[in-house]
Design a protein around this ligand. Sequence first.
Ligand SMILES: [Zn+2]
Length: 1123
Amino acid sequence: MKISRQFTVFGSAIFCVVVFSLYLMLDHLQLDRIKNPINEERLQNGQLVILQDKIDHLERLLAENNKIIANIRDSVTNLRKSVNNDKGPLEAKNLSQGLVDLLPFAPIWVLIPSEDCQFSAQTYSKAADEVQMLDVYDMLSFDNPDGGVWKQGFDISYEENEWDQEPLQVVVVPHSHNDPGWLKTFDDYYRDQTQHILNNMVVKLHEDERRKMIWSEISYFSKWWNNIDIQKKDAVKKLIERGQLEMATGGWVMPDEANTHYFALIDQLLEGHQWLERNLGVKPKTAWAVDPFGHSPTQAYLFKQAGLSNMLIQRVHYSIKKHFATQKTLEFFWRQNWDQESSTDILCHMMPFYSYDVPHTCGPDPKICCQFDFKRLPGGRISCPWRIPPQVITSDNVQQRAHMLLDQYRKKSKLFMSKVVLAPLGDDFRYTDAQEWDQQFNNYQKLFDYMNSHPELNVQAQFGTISDYFEILRKVTGMDQAGMNKGVSPFPVLSGDFFTYADRDDHYWSGYFTSRPFYKRMDRMLESHLRAAEILYSLTLANIKMFGKPSNYPAVENYKLLTEARRNLGLFQHHDAITGTGKDWVVVDYGTRYIAFLLPLPVVVHCCRTSCYFLADNSLFDWFLRYYNLSVQDFPMNVFIMPSFRSVVVYNPIEQARSSVISIYVTTPHIRVLTAQGRTYTTNYVSFVAHVPPLGLAVYQMSEGVELHTELAHYMFLKKGGHVSVTGAEQFRVAIPQETVPVSVENPHLQLFTLKLKENGLKHSIKVDFVWYGTTSNKDKSGAYLFLPDGEAKKYSPSRPPVIRVTKGPVFSEVTTTFTHITHTLRLYNIQGVDGQAVEICNTVDIRGEFNQEIAMRITSDINSMNRFFTDLNGFQVQPRRTMSKLPLQANFYPMTSMAYLEDSNRRLTLLTAQSLGAASLKSGQLEVIMDRRLNQDDNRGLGQGVLDNKITANSFRLLLEPRNSAQEVTTRENNAPFSYPSLLSHISCTYLNHPLIQMATSVDPALLTPVPHSPLTSSFPCDIHLVNLRTIQSQVGGGPSEQAALILHRKGFDCGFSSRNTGLLCSTTRGKIHLEEVLTKLKVSTFTPVSLSLMYESSSTPKHQEISLKPMEICTYRIQLG
Ligand SMILES: [Zn+2]
């Protein structure tokens, strides 16, 4: 009876979808006719083509529908069979049918308007003046000839009269690179160096108005600001007004660009920019990134969206620098790969030489340039490694010294198109004492005065800020000052990225993509955690404003906690933090900051809406317990339930309705889960499917008792040639291998081990194994930054055979294999939703006992991917990669922040990741990920230690296999398109993986909790629109909240070429449109203003009726007031 009703609903829904699709098709045909009543002939031809297309499409649609109907027929047959075989609920082998009944209805097809598919299907055409990095990689030989004084470059010559018509303009930019943690902790650096640098800056810049300085780390600047008096603050403001001090970039830190997720990149930029606006009224114009180990176009995009006009990068592969120098393309407009117009262009300067220190910034010869680093004057603490010291500039030597320096400036300028040359003047933690300021500024001023007073030299030299440089550059090249109106600009357009960085020889910096993976995982968890807290906090404030309750909500205190959390998360995005390249104790310091902000956050999460008033007492909740178990937890089993009455409150931090499994440790096997929708139990931990509305909360009550309609999970242990003893639990069974191998677990979509898609019945051979990399026997070995392996990986073959545990249950089934160094779990969820579509993989690795070893997971498939694969950049975009045999093995590793995939014309295999790691595809069909590294020596990049503080680390992944709808599409643009997009299912799976349901246990009397879910949204967001954040803005005075929040949205680019049928997605796409007030259940939007990414600028166009419209890939911010 129940089953047949279920089928009826199921069937009629499919019918509706089919009819509706047909209707849409006809509607489109008619519209086309009305819209184009001009130009008869063209119309006829054009329309015939369109008509033909439509008919083809219709035919495909009908074929799909026939398939669906066939599936329905099969399901009916199967259902009949299972009804006949039904021996009662306790003996049922699988509860999935019963569970399906409980799920919110997921449409068979995701509704995607055809316009939404055009973006990803666009054909790529390279603009004439465009430099595409994939082509550059193809073209370069990556040889490493000795270039003479400029070792990695070439001899530069010039004619004396080259500047006769247009003099050389030299802009010397004093800078001090302050790492917020590296060899010392943030606080120790501040105490020992940074505060002195900033204190001296105020004095020394005031001594001479021609002196300039730039600063970029707001984390340090704000700490100093809090410690100085009002006079000093006024003095600083004066320096900024006069243009002597420039705040460059203005982020909280200078972030890493490989391991960072765009959520955190935006968050730290916003925190810095907001601080600057509140305290100094400053809007940064130019980004300055001299030290991140490789550069990502995501960062360029974010700068552009924030309203910056220019940027500078430094750490780029030496062969690429040399190539660009020969082409004079070190300055370019950096454009996103997907952007076929010019809306993402930002002017970028790439520094040409090895480093950002003085020996490598004045010109090509470090031996000469070092003599113009006056901190290295004889008698000082540091000297020139080229053995020729600087000389104090006097009237006797000024002529000779000025000519020497000018020669370097002239040579450097030959690498650029304009006659403006940039010469940064600084290094790590420079300008600490007053004497150093005098040494640099006085000696340089004498040199400038000499040059400028000799017109025959045709040079104008001066101190400047980085924006001064770009201003002059834009002026001489006829560009407008801030915008990207190129005018007569000689600069090319460049698309692509700058990974993987090498600074010399075969020293590729691909080790840090994985170093200290424990903290990389922790970072991702805390990002999710902070985002959830931000959103709940903002909704709470709006609720209080609207309904006046709760009246005792500690809004200011909680806001201060949030601010602290943002800043600690921001700090960890620094290029020596998330990279895993700090000293052991600095790493511990970052970890401690994390834990410290982690504990207060639940307070923010818990007291968040009028009907969640009961959550106000933090002592009643212990959901953060899971984070303490980070090292040993594989799948999130979060909360310990007492035998007494307790409830679990589940929060869904994502903007889509969702059904996901949650697992909870329990002290008795007899647990009842009481909900508005479902109930089930198993032993040791209880797992059940929670249905939670978008951004909503649901309550589940737990009590002791036996529930009839549920099933215990079955466990089996397999061990070759040995015994596993399990006592006291009838659910466990020990099996001898021959009897049960191969083990198979399955859900309605997939079957392990030979991955079999149920939909098309095809078997796909996919194998997971583990491999070791050693380190080379050469002098330079792998360390925190560098990966220098001793050749190809060796198969992991532990001396003892693994213990295998097979769990078969109604909600999920899994196989856990325990080796000496790895516990590897494959899990299939037996649910119809998104979770049921992928294999979940968790590897808990422990290599603490090893010597110079790195352990990797290698997935081998029968996908004919050749040398192509894809990795994401910062979770924001996908970058196509080519594995190249002309490069050493370590150069073919790339950062993987959220996913990597392989594809051929039929299928795509995607590995989604919950932490940043290094990945490669060294052979066709193969994808591998380094999971941890233990290295016994330093790699000579200044850290001065190996990586020996390994922890037991759990890495989580999902593996998704998707068949392509049509084989032709991909082959036609196979080898040239520099862009690629995940499917909608892949995007949403990734969001699920990175933002698990948040579970809070409470001992509050269940009678006080309503089991009806709380839904702040009327519906899910469109599948392709992601709520990056809803972040309450700080008030102008005090540290509390204002009434406004920053709403940050991202419209994801997605590939329609994969089946959108039966994906379990509870959303559709809407041509990038979303109407804000319509998606809010109760709250009202009182103000709504589009602003730049970090709130610095307001948009001139006001959208009508709060209708938001985003272009594909676009990230936009809105300043809104709710309530
Ligand atoms: Zn640095």
